[in-house]
Design a protein around this ligand. Structure first.
Ligand SMILES: C[S@@+](CC[C@H](N)C(=O)[O-])C[C@H]1O[C@@H](n2cnc3c(N)ncnc32)[C@H](O)[C@@H]1O
Length: 314
């Protein structure tokens, strides 16, 4: 893509963001039709250097989240000898590359369904940290997590559909929902007086919202377009003062296009087949409390009010 094209697309996005909310879905459909459609890697499937995921990890939104999580994890693990940390959803291992000093010693149990994620996280760990790989979805292994001093669920629990098993059952799904997964994390952390770090977007779009519901469309827009795409557009235009060459700016645009603007298509899929089931802050707080956690602090890790970090004690 040449520079003028990128500038033009960004100007169109800015115009859309300035419209009244009710006119944005129509404007978004028009904008998406006008954009060229290059082949692009699917979300959350490739994690190495040069991928869109890596570009996403270098955005202002993720820099804020990683900085907050790395500070918390480093402080927590430094207090514990022979620590065990549990991570649900590892991405490319950036958190551990930032949190752990070269002489760290401990065990990281990683639950993630993708083998590539386990390879990336293994490569990010210092030599004294042992990786125990559970190649599975958290719903499949929630009852067998062992004990941990720290559990990190960063942008992963929104992949678990439904607030609890009963709501899943009502939608024709079996297995645990978010409440049961949180209860399992509580059971893993309680024996060691551990700490849960949860990061999630502040947006409600869980199972109850039916396909094509205008509320669902508006909430997907709120999360992925009004906040996420805006933050990435600010990165591209240098408003957040993150250093970026042309390649990175183009990958950020591809993230805006494919993972933000296109994400509203989730509103057309049957509820049980979406892959994002977010909750807003009051609902996360209620679920954490229900699982027995005490939220000792919470706050957004970015200036866009998108990703909230919850620190919780069992
Ligand atoms: C958006 S990435 C977040 C990665 C990392 N925690 C971060 O903050 O950058 C989501 C991760 O969760 C994993 N994931 C998706 N569904 C999951 C599930 N049901 N259980 C565990 N991990 C899951 C994905 O494979 C991916 O590694």
């Amino acid at each position: 893509m040449n520079g003028p094209d990128l500038d033009h697309h960004l100007a169109e996005l800015r115009r859309l963001l300035a419209l009244p909310r009710g006119r944005q879905p129509g404007a978004l459909a028009g904008l998406r039709q006008r954009l060229p459609s290059p082949e692009v890697e699917p979300w959350n499937h490739s994690f190495g250097p040069g991928t869109l995921y890596e570009a996403w990890g270098r955005s202002t939104l993720m820099e804020g989240l990683y900085a907050a999580n790395a500070r918390t994890a480093r402080g927590r693990l430094a207090e514990r000898r022979g620590w065990v940390a549990l991570e649900v959803g590892g991405g490319d291992g950036t958190l551990w590359a930032r949190a752990l000093p070269p002489d760290a010693r401990g065990t990281l149990v990683l639950v993630d369904p993708l083998p590539e994620v386990h390879r990336r996280v293994a490569a990010a760990l210092p030599p004294g940290v042992r990786l125990v790989s559970r190649v599975a979805r958290i719903e499949e292994v929630a009852g067998e997590l062992g004990e941990a001093d720290l559990a990190v669920c960063s942008l992963s629990l929104h992949h678990v559909a439904g607030e609890d098993a009963a709501r899943r059952a009502a939608a024709g799904l079996d297995g645990p929902g978010k409440a049961e997964v949180l209860a399992a994390l509580h059971a893993a952390l309680a024996p060691r007086d551990g700490l849960l770090v949860l990061n999630e977007a502040d947006i409600y779009c869980d199972l109850e919202l039916e396909p094509h519901d205008p509320v669902l469309v508006d909430r997907l827009l709120d999360s992925y377009v009004r906040r996420c795409a805006r933050a990435l557009a600010d990165d591209i235009e240098g408003r957040n003062r993150v250093a970026a060459d042309r390649d990175l700016r183009e990958r950020w645009w591809a993230v805006i296009h494919r993972w933000c603007l296109d994400q509203v298509d989730a509103a057309e899929r049957p509820a049980a087949e979406r892959d994002v089931y977010e909750l807003d802050v009051p609902r996360w707080l209620a679920l954490l409390e229900r699982a027995g956690f005490r939220v000792i602090s919470r706050g957004f890790t970015d200036a866009y009010g998108l990703f909230c970090q919850y620190l919780c004690r069992p």
